[in-house]
Design a protein around this ligand. Structure first.
Ligand SMILES: [Zn+2]
Length: 349
């Protein structure tokens, strides 16, 4: 199984990537919506290997099954990459080409250099697969299969009892979508889509070099885990995907060491746009309530002080007019209170 159909690579990669030379072994396939689709030489070799292996292990029927799964994967990959391309174009960026290679697909698209917009470009690939999943569900229901949440669970049977070849294929394609959407969105290891999303979240808050460093804190352990898991499970492509994640992390670390992180396509500064830190966040509901309460109390306190001063003035005027003995008990109390307040204010200043 190809573990990942869609990885968005932002900007030109030639020369910068650790596997840049390897990625250039390609030939053109066709154009779709004006976007050239190219194919890596290893891609057909790999597909042929899978199909022939299926023939050797399970005969013609199994080979037919594998060929159909490979075709579905190809369509899925192209839809996923078109998702990246269309979102990039809708944000005013260029989409140069889609490359099909052994680890899935690569969309060569421009970056907006606004992290919020670039997150949309990264998420658009996996989200473009959602309609495929919905279509599979609709077909299964239309042919009379009762709905089961197990259809969405990749750990339950991919070809359950009672399913025909085509129903089984439909279910397998559905589960493939679930696996690939979750894997791409939720694994925060660059250059997977989830990793690009992580990078852009970091760039909203931190400097380029700090974001790059934190990115590798995620991708190195994840890359090691994917590599070990892939080779232990004999899912060689998964193993190579882990190695790719590690190579990219190593590349980022090397650029950081040289102080040249701007040379990396993900961390490149755009000449025309540098992201401004987000404006101060609007305080939350409770914070606003506390602020209003504090303001109200301050107003009440100021009012009380003003009232007191006015009454004290009136009393002092009465003293000067009629003498100290003319004061009532209440008036004396007010004077005492004012004097206490005055001494308190002196102490606190
Ligand atoms: Zn992708």
């Amino acid at each position: 199984m190809t573990p990942d159909p869609g990885l968005v690579i932002n900007g030109a990669r030639e020369g910068g990537a650790p596997i840049g030379g390897f990625l250039n072994w390609t030939f053109p396939l066709f154009r779709l919506f004006g976007i050239p689709i190219r194919c890596h030489w290893f891609y057909p070799v790999l597909v042929a290997m899978y199909v022939l292996q299926a023939l050797a292990e399970g005969g013609a029927r199994h080979m037919g099954w594998m060929a159909m799964v490979m075709a579905a994967l190809l369509v899925t990959t192209i839809v996923h990459e078109l998702g990246h391309c269309f979102m990039a174009q809708s944000l005013g960026q260029h989409a140069d080409q889609i490359l099909l290679w052994p680890l899935g697909g690569l969309a060569y698209v421009g970056r907006t250099h606004d992290p919020r917009q670039d997150i949309k470009i990264s998420a658009a690939g996996p989200l473009a697969q959602v309609p495929i999943a919905l279509l599979c569900i609709a077909i299964l229901l239309a042919v009379g299969k009762p709905w089961s949440w197990g259809y969405l669970n990749p750990f339950e049977a991919w070809w359950p009892y009672g399913f025909t070849f085509w129903e089984g294929l439909c279910l397998a394609v559905l589960k493939l979508q679930v696996v690939l959407i979750l894997f791409n969105l939720l694994v925060p290891a660059y250059p997977l889509d989830g990793g690009s999303i992580l990078v852009n979240f970091l760039l909203m808050r931190y400097s380029r070099s700090h974001s790059a460093l934190v990115t590798t804190y995620f991708s190195i352990p994840i890359g090691i885990a994917i590599t070990i898991w892939g080779f232990v499970q004999r899912e060689l492509l998964l193993g190579f995907l882990g190695i790719w994640v590690l190579l990219e992390a190593w590349q980022i670390r090397r650029l950081l060491q040289w102080g040249e992180i701007e040379a990396h396509p993900m961390f490149a500064a755009a000449p025309e746009f540098d992201y401004a830190p987000p404006r101060a966040r609007r305080p939350g509901f409770f914070a606003r309530w506390r602020m209003r309460r504090a303001e109200r109390r301050a107003r009440q306190e100021a009012q009380r002080t003003a009232d007191l001063r006015q009454r004290v003035d009136a009393i002092l005027e009465k003293v000067s007019r009629e003498g100290i003995d003319s004061l009532t008990g209440v008036e004396r109390k007010i004077l005492e209170e004012a004097s206490r307040e005055a001494s308190r204010n002196r102490d606190s200043q």
